[in-house]
Design a protein around this ligand. Structure first.
Ligand SMILES: [Zn+2]
Length: 206
């Protein structure tokens, strides 16, 4: 599997390519539809799935438009489906100064911007395989940042964690969360998997 990072402001999307087939991990915030589409065209793959790690606006805004253009289904956890309609349908708490700053900026964005509506075509949960989309990858439930945060474990080597961990100053539990205890448990779950390259929604891979 070849992974291409698509930087969209402070959010990372990833295009996972395998034998001419592609899976897009996250769809970024407003204004990045063109950049993502171009990156996928350049890679020369047919994108067959839009995989969303969670329902926050900076990860899902372009999902509907991109998926429609490619004729690809959108997959995410059903536990975050409510966030597409209302970003405030789950609590959003913060930790530390970075958390407060991020929380403030996120709330403003969420109040002012409406996500182009979509209903996820595929609802994912723990252990689901993406083999039918050409990838040896499994879904991991990583709740806490949001109730329906999920990760993707690819070939037992690469782990796409969304915002279940952030690598802002260092890799750690997110400073913004719906449930702090759950978020910390998810970090332990990631640790317990053993050696992986981690790909974050925010910050550099590690
Ligand atoms: Zn998030």
């Amino acid at each position: 599997m070849e992974c291409r990072q698509i930087m969209c402001g402070n959010v990372n999307c990833y295009l996972l390519c395998q034998s001419g087939r592609g899976i897009l991990v996250d769809a970024a915030g407003r204004g990045f539809e063109g950049k993502i589409r171009q990156a996928c065209e350049k890679a020369g793959v047919k994108v067959e799935l839009v995989f969303l790690t969670h329902g926050h606006i900076d990860h899902v805004y372009n999902a509907a438009a991109l998926a429609a253009g490619w004729g690809a289904p959108i997959a995410m956890s059903g536990k975050d489906a409510g966030l597409i309609v209302n970003q405030f349908s789950q609590p959003m708490q913060t930790r530390g100064l970075t958390g407060r700053a991020l929380g403030f900026a996120s709330r403003r964005l969420m109040e002012r911007t409406k996500i182009p509506y979509f209903k996820p075509d595929i609802l994912l949960s723990e252990g689901d395989s993406l083999r039918e989309f050409g990838l040896d990858a499994y879904v991991l439930q990583l709740p806490g940042h949001t109730a329906g945060s999920i990760g993707l474990d690819v070939e037992g080597r690469q782990l796409f964690v969304g915002d279940a961990m952030m690598n802002l100053l260092r890799p750690e539990a997110p400073c913004l969360f719906a449930d702090r205890t759950e978020a910390e448990k998810s970090v332990e779950k990631i640790r317990s998997l053993g050696r992986r390259t981690l790909y974050f929604g925010h910050g550099k891979p590690l």
